[in-house]
Design a protein. Structure first.
Length: 176
C-alpha cells in the first residue's frame, strides 16, 4: 500500500516539476514525527478518527509552513485512515526520487554525530565505490561504541567497535 501512495505522489510531483520541494517538505514532516512522541501517537493511534487526525494535521502543517502537494497528500492519507503508514510512504517516495536522480541510498549507523567533513568523506568514498551519488541516512546509536555500520543495498559493512570486541571475545573463548 505504501508503494502505491508513494508512486502516485511521485508521478504527481514529477508532472508538476516539484520533486525536490515535495521531498524536502516530506523529510521535514518525517523529522517532526521522529522528534515528537505526540506526533507518533497522532499518526499511529487508532483512537483518533479521520476527522480528528485531519484537523490536527492541518494545524501542524500550517505551523510548519508545509503546503501545496505535500499538504494535500498528507490530508488525503489522513482522510483515508492510512496515516499509520506515512513513514513507509515517505521512505518509498525517497527511494523513487533517488532512483529517478540516479542516486543510491546508504544507511549509516555511528556512535556519535559525524562532522560535515566526515560526512563528505564518507559520501565521496561511497560515490567512488558505487559510481553513483549516494544519499546518506545517518543514525546515531551509542551502543556500537565506535566505528560505523554501513548498509548499501544488500551489502552490510560492520566496522563497529562492539562487533570487533565481540569477535575478539569469541576468538578468546575458542582458544581456551
Amino acid at each position: 500500500m505504501a508503494g502505491r501512495y508513494a508512486t502516485a505522489l511521485f508521478e504527481l510531483a514529477l508532472e508538476e516539476k516539484s520533486l525536490d520541494s515535495v521531498k524536502t517538505d516530506l523529510d521535514r514532516f518525517d523529522a517532526m514525527i521522529e522528534g515528537s512522541d505526540d506526533m507518533k501517537r497522532l499518526v499511529r493511534s487508532p483512537v483518533f478518527g479521520a476527522e480528528e487526525q485531519a484537523k490536527a494535521l492541518a494545524a501542524i502543517l500550517e505551523k510548519a509552513s508545509i503546503g501545496g502537494i505535500p499538504a494535500k497528500f498528507l490530508g488525503i492519507v489522513a482522510q483515508k485512515r492510512r496515516l499509520f503508514a506515512i513513514r513507509e510512504m515517505i521512505k518509498a517516495f525517497r527511494a523513487l526520487v533517488a532512483r529517478h536522480k540516479g542516486e543510491t541510498h546508504a544507511e549509516i549507523t555511528v556512535a556519535e554525530p559525524l562532522s560535515e567533513t566526515h560526512l563528505n568523506a564518507l559520501k565521496d568514498a561511497l560515490r567512488s565505490t558505487t559510481k553513483k551519488d549516494v544519499a546518506l541516512d545517518v543514525r546515531v546509536d551509542p551502543s556500537i561504541l565506535g566505528g560505523l555500520k554501513v548498509k548499501l543495498g544488500s551489502r552490510m559493512i560492520d566496522s563497529s567497535l562492539k562487533t570487533k570486541l565481540n569477535s575478539i571475545k569469541l576468538a578468546m573463548k575458542e582458544a581456551q
